[in-house]
Design a protein around this ligand. Structure first.
Ligand code: WT7
Length: 631
């Protein structure tokens, strides 16, 4: 790939060109890929009526770019190196040739089971090679994948399946996660009680735990692949056909299905992967995310494979068999680039140096961070203890909606600053606005982070509801994409993300909508009303704090709390369980009946000196109760 920036001048030139002549800038990058038919119009856009198209009229298949292209000249290069949950189990190395073969075969299995171009396929799997194969097989035949993170509940799976009317579900019997055995198929069975669109379930064997297999509906992966060949020509797709749907939480309502389209997403993830990780042929790259999130889609699968890289997949968790597991993997596979989340860094910091001091981490060249703001202490520990002071840290800011990394330093090129994502990548035009939408000029300022010009990897719509997409992202500030994040631009023009300014909480890098958690809590019997806010948490970044009003006051508080946690687990998944629950007799409300979240946030965060004026409340007396009842 001929679009790697190597020097500070390269970056400045690329950035300049991307602003002055975006069409030619992206056209030159896109030309590096294999197009079955060239595009007719590079870019058309309108942020007011939300229409964005990149590479219009272009025909391609993303798997031809991620697989066939590399099989031609380096069939034996590892594409995916898979490290199992149990360190004593065998590693699997899938070369480009093997991966191509397995993807084509499974693509034929999908066809045999009735999947056609444009159909939606739900994938609910642990981090095993079959997950990557399933994703790519969908793309091979033009089916739209909707991967659901393995930690979501049956209810969440069925909501997602129904929202996009998935025809097929791909899952496993069970999953190994640390010492735990997770019943994946059981959860899918529960989800499917209420999913009329699903005709087939394809089950891959992982744990061989007993499961139910319903005649006519459920089939085994291993049986099916025996019935097909490995010949599967890539489906000819339009650049703007959807590649996948990925559900993500916002400040209101149920999670939305963010839609990414093939051409732009491919170009953008490959461009950003090659540059932000300064990938060189032969490097071993390890991203610890789960493919159930956007980081896994863009930077375990599509970005690395589009660049012909070697990408690792890890099935387990950082603390199994002990808190040295990441460092063991780096040593064992001679990992050069390591990309993880601040929450993992903070948690591993806490276990002490005995888990890494004797490990050989000398293969590391570049460290990455993603998902939430990285605090200075964690940044320095990562830099010194893991990178031994000579691996630049790239703090990458982006979102499910942006498809790829937007603001990040280029390692060994851009100056780094702890807790700063630093500068926008070429093609990205950030702008800070005040609450009225006025642009905040100059440096040394703070504001709401927006983007004023389209980029190829951006969200195109939310599945089944284009209006919602428009309203959520393009209506807060006219003509701008609003990120939901607050941001500082310092004296040097460097960007530092300060966190969400909307009702979204970032718990261990997972995005959780407060309204969603409130709805789940409210489903618990006896709950009258609840309000959920985020508060600072040492390891998770933010914790979930829930204020709950119960019908009766003569309950066993501890037991009721546990029941509420179980309800939230059932409705959303364990990741959304509140860290703190406080029972209250009322919530602070304005005279018009709106909950004053600011006050709830201040109390949960222990910022009592800045509570502000509470006299305009309908029930000012409640504030003292909140403070008194807080632990
Ligand atoms: C939100 C997006 C994008 C991959 C994983 C999260 C926060 C993300 C950073 C960073 C500070 C960050 C933002 C953003 N965020 N990266 N480097 N520094 N905050 O994707 O689930 O869509 O969440 O994560 O608040 O809006 P996501």
């Amino acid at each position: 790939m001929n679009f790697q920036m190597k020097t500070w001048e390269d970056y400045q030139d690329a950035y300049q060109k991307s602003i002055e002549d975006p069409e030619n800038f992206w056209a030159e990058i896109a030309q590096e890929f294999k197009w079955i038919k060239p595009w007719k119009k590079l870019l058309e856009w309108d942020f007011n009526d939300l229409q964005v198209s990149w590479f219009k009229g272009g025909k391609l298949n993303i798997t031809e770019n991620c697989l066939d292209r590399h099989v031609e000249h380096k069939p034996e290069q590892p594409a995916i190196i898979w490290e199992p949950n149990d360190p004593n189990e065998d590693v699997q190395v899938l070369t480009y040739k093997v991966l191509h073969d397995r993807v084509c075969r499974f693509a034929n299995v999908l066809k045999m089971n009735g999947v056609e171009k444009g159909d939606r396929v739900c994938i609910y799997m642990p981090m095993i090679p079959e997950l990557a194969i399933a994703v790519l097989a969908c793309a091979r035949i033009g089916a739209i994948h909707s991967v659901v993170f393995g930690g979501f509940s049956a209810q969440s799976i069925s909501d997602r399946i129904n929202d996009s009317a998935c025809k097929v579900v791909i899952t496993t019997d069970g999953a190994h996660r640390g010492a735990k055995l997770i019943p994946m198929k059981d959860t899918v069975d529960d989800a499917l009680m209420n999913c009329p669109s699903v005709k087939k379930v394809i089950v891959s064997t992982r744990t061989r735990t007993p499961i139910s297999m319903i005649k006519g509906r459920d089939v085994w992966w291993e049986e099916e692949i025996k019935k097909v060949t490995n010949e599967c020509p890539p489906e000819v797709m339009d650049a703007e056909d959807p590649l996948f749907i990925l559900y993500t939480s916002g400040s209101t309502g149920k999670p939305k299905g963010v839609v990414h389209t093939i051409g732009g997403y491919m170009v953008y993830t490959a461009y950003t992967f090659l540059n932000v990780f300064q990938y060189h042929p032969g490097d071993i790259y390890f991203c610890t995310a789960d493919i159930g999130w956007i980081t896994g889609h863009s930077y375990i699968i599509y970005g690395p494979l589009a660049c012909g890289a070697t990408t690792m997949m890890f099935e387990g968790i950082p603390t199994y068999p002990d808190a040295g597991r990441f460092w063991d993997i780096i040593e064992k596979h001679r990992v050069n680039t390591f990309y993880t989340a601040p929450t993992a860094i903070r948690s591993l910091m806490g276990f002490g140096d005995e888990y890494y001091k004797d490990k050989d981490l000398s293969s590391l060249r570049i460290l990455g961070s993603v998902g939430e703001p990285i605090n200075e202490e964690a940044w320095h520990w990562y830099h010194q203890e893991i990178g031994k002071g000579n691996c630049p840290i790239t703090d990458t800011w982006w979102q499910t909606e942006t498809g790829g990394i937007m603001i990040a330093p280029l390692p060994n090129i851009t100056k780094t600053k702890p807790s700063f994502a630093t500068l926008p990548l070429p093609g990205i035009q950030p702008i800070l606005v005040d609450d009225q939408g006025n642009e905040i000029d100059g440096n040394g300022v703070n504001g709401n982070l927006c983007i004023k010009f389209p980029w190829p990897g951006m969200i195109r719509t939310t599945w089944g509801d284009h209006e919602r997409c428009k309203k959520t992202y393009f209506s807060a500030y006219k003509g701008l994409y609003f990120t939901g994040d607050g941001c500082q631009r310092d004296e040097d023009g460097f960007y530092r993300i300060t966190g969400r300014v909307d009702d979204v909480i970032n718990v261990s890098g997972h995005r959780i909508g407060t309204a969603e958690v409130e709805n789940a809590i409210n489903m618990h019997t006896g709950v009258v009303e609840s309000a959920v806010v985020g508060y600072p948490h040492d390891i998770k970044g933010q914790g979930i704090y829930a204020y709950v009003i119960l019908e009766k006051s003569d309950h066993d508080a501890e037991l009721t709390k546990r029941d509420i946690l179980m309800t939230v687990s059932r409705i959303i998944g364990p990741i959304a369980k509140p860290d703190e629950i406080q029972f209250v007799s009322g919530l602070p409300k304005t005279r018009s009946g709106k909950i004053m979240r600011r006050i709830l946030r201040k109390v949960a965060c222990n910022e009592l000196d800045t509570l502000g004026d509470t006299s305009t409340l309908l029930n000012p007396e409640i504030v003292d109760e909140l403070i008194a009842g807080k632990k």
